[in-house]
Structures are given as C-alpha cells and as structure tokens.
Design a binder for this molecule. Sequence first.
Ligand code: SAM
Ligand code: SF4
Length: 347
Amino acid sequence: MAVSSSRSSDISSQNNYRPLTDSFGRVHSNLRVSVTDRCNLRCFYCMPAENVQFLPRKELLSFEEISQFVDCMVRRCGLTKVRLTGGEPLVRQDLHQLISQLVSIPGLKQIGLTTNGILLEQHAERLFEAGLRRINISLDTLDREKFKQYTRRDNLDQVLAGIEAARKVGFPSLKVNAIAIQGMTEDDLVSLGYFARETGIEVRFIEYMPLDADQGWEREKVLFAEKMIQILSEQVGPLQPVEAPQKNSPSQSYEFVDGQGKIGFISSVSKPFCAECNRFRLTAEGKIRNCLFSLEETDVRELLRANAGEDLLIDRVMQSIATKKEGHEINTANFLQPERPMYSIGG
Ligand code: SAM
Ligand code: SF4
C-alpha cells in the first residue's frame, strides 16, 4: 500500500493546525522514531563494548502509542516524514506491523528505516509488503576484519546478504551509510566508492560525531568531507556535485563525472546543517528531543498513556521545539556531549 498524501494539502487550513516552528523560524516536519535501544552490534563509535543497560520492555512505547503520536503530529502539526531507527530497529519484533500502521496515516508522505542490515535478509519482503519503500543500511567497510573492528561483531556476510535481499525485493530508495573516521575510513572510502559504482547504490559518509558511549570522540578523529572528496577523486575517479543540496537534507550528493556512481557526504561537523534543520526525535521510551545534541528532553509517554488529549500532547512537543538552540556548537568550547549516546537517542 502506498502512503497517501491526499489530506496533506488540507491540513494547514484547519483551525487547530499548529506548525512546530521554533524561535529561529525553523518548521519541524521530520521525525526520527527510535523503536528500541537494543542492538545486535556494538559499534565502538556508538555503544559501549559490554554491560549495556537496556530499557525494560514496558518502558518502550507500543506500536499503537507511536502511531497515535505520529497521527496527531501529521494531522495537527504538519509532520510529513518519519524514519524508524534505534538501537537496531529490526530487533524489535514485528516491526512490519508498525510500518503498516504508519502507512495508513493520511498525509504522512515518507516513511524510512535505518538499519544495520543484519536481519534484513529475513525481513525485507515483509517490510516491502507492509508499504516500506526507503531503507538506509549502515555499512562502514567491506573488509571482514575491519568490520569486526568497527562493530565488535563478525556479521559482515549477513549485512551484505541483507543489502542483496533488499535489492531483489525492489526497494526504490536504498542507500548505504558509512561513518567517516580519520585513520580508519580512508581505505574503506575507496572500496565503498567502487561499491557505489558497481551497485548503483548511493553510499553516504557521515562525519564522526561526539555521540559515542565511550566518549572517545576528538575533532582530530573526524574525516572531513573535503578530504574524502580529494581521496575519492584521486583514487576512484573525479566527482562533481549532483545538484544544489536538497532543502532540509543534511547530505550533499556527488557523482563520478562518468555518471556511474553516487556518493553523499553528511558534514555534520565541518559544515553543520543546523540552520536548515527541521528534525525532531522521539526516543524509544517516549521522550522528545529537539536535537541530536540536546541536553534536555520532554516526556510524552505519560500523556499518551493517560489519554491526556491532543492539545496537551502538542503543548508538550511545542515546549521542546520552542527551546531548540540555534546550532549544536560542536565546533565551540561551549559544547557538552549529551549523556545519552547515539544508540540510546536513535540516530
Ligand atoms: N542500528 C541502526 C544502524 O546502525 O543503522 C540504526 C541506529 S544507528 C545509531 C544510526 C546511524 O547512526 C548509523 O548509520 C550509524 O553509523 C550512525 N552513528 C552512530 N554513532 C555515530 C557517531 N558517533 N557519529 C556519527 N554517526 C554515528
Ligand atoms: Fe547498533 Fe547502529 Fe549503534 Fe552500530 S550504529 S551499535 S548498529 S545502533
């Protein structure tokens, strides 16, 4: 079933319409929903190696609570895009049922999933049947030993099988995301550059951000987009920007000049896209975060469980949006790394 957008144009003319506009005029229409903090990998730039305290099951929002929240945000606040993430979203049982529920929300134009791909081979078909069309798969390297270094697990083959399964099923939007870390990613850049050329799948490199559980991030460890473009141009082939960056997209796409293969760069550290940011987040246990790096969060689970009504729910979300800062300040001395690492926020 396709996502219907038939009511989207009507929404803003309704009396009770309340766009999620912050104090800098940014209108929030893009929500990341974490469905679990559990994960079957232990990427060193995200999770601790061991002794992870996961949320008890009853703390997690149910699929019905997530759908109810999204439905309200779409009808009343102009939300148009949702991406499911985690932790690893495919370790949450029956995720396709949540997809089906979201697909049936009129006005929700885009539903995406970000996954490490390990369980994708077994779930790809069911996710497609439920109406999912967009998947981003995280894969940092094509080398088995390097994969173990990044993820502390030996699952490269399953991830590759997951990508292949998703290709076979025919997802129209399939991308690979890779982390960009100085001293590690340089070789992977080249092999993933060839992978992009051979498969036609866009590979996007994300600059390493200070959201690792081990708090080992340093600015010197980030491999910047400019350097990556130089390496790829020298070792794989010259690149040119595809077009002006898409509005509200943190990624700038390039293509090899012979037209074969696309590479994207998410320059969160070297060129923050905060001024254009229209995203907010819902954590697995129902906290709203107005930024990946915010130090505060606002609970909505209590309201959902108490059937408090949509007006109170929207008030709560607006409280969070209204206090969104102008930017993340990673590049300033004021920056404070949030206590919650990436896997627990929902990347
Ligand atoms: N487990 C799923 C996955 O890996 O795709 C979804 C959650 S994961 C937190 C989402 C994305 O965040 C992944 O692409 C991962 O590489 C990225 N990520 C995690 N920690 C990061 C960090 N410190 N800096 C930049 N990206 C990070
Ligand atoms: Fe798990 Fe994704 Fe974090 Fe890796 S990046 S540990 S796969 S949540």
